[in-house]
Design a protein around this ligand. Sequence first.
Ligand code: SAH
Length: 224
Amino acid sequence: MTHLDWRKEADFMVATQIESRGVRDKHVLAAMKRVPRHLFVFPEYISLAYFDAPLPIGKNQTISQPYMVARMTELLRVSKGMSVLEVGTGSGYQAAILAEMGASVVSLERIEFLAQRAEEVLSQLGYSVMVVVADGRQGYAPKAPYDGILVTAAADIVEEPWQEQLAMGGRIVLPLSIEPGLQRLLVMEKKGEGLWLENWYDYCRFVPVVSGISKQEIHENNDT
Ligand code: SAH
């Protein structure tokens, strides 16, 4: 894909899938146009990279649908210099969008293979994201508190460490399971000790949050 091609595809993606569905944050729209999404997928999926769909990234995981990335980023209200914890690095694409918007990002991934690949692409593109192989259900205390926490896998509960590691006034955006196989985006804003403002948004389908970490050889059976 040439530079011009992907720029055109990214512009078209933003116009037809993201703006058209009501995402208004100019910085989100600009970041979605600037980050080369095709570099976060396997070569065989490059021609589908800007389609309106999630795509496989190996290890039974997916890069989220572009609209969902934009929507969650908008709900997080990202601004320059904000510190963000992402749970579920996956391809690294969502982390790149946050970094492109000037956030300082720590991203947690339980599957070492995915974390390593994401880290490679992110650093090639010049994004300084701290990718950590860890069980994201524990959050990441060393860099807390965070101004925002974005969970990009389906959660059954809002884990205590996320609540504790969020700064006052900060927001957690996550897909919370409401029935098997179906989640709804929840935004929780920390208003005071034990005082949260909650709002519900889109219905969605994410791969689940799974406990523990998975360390595997990079070269074995990458696409399962
Ligand atoms: N944000 C990603 C998409 C995430 S898919 C992107 O932009 O591509 C969800 C990811 O969450 C998967 O990679 C999965 O391995 C990871 N995950 C699931 N449970 C986790 C946990 N407990 N801790 C860290 N990562 C987890």
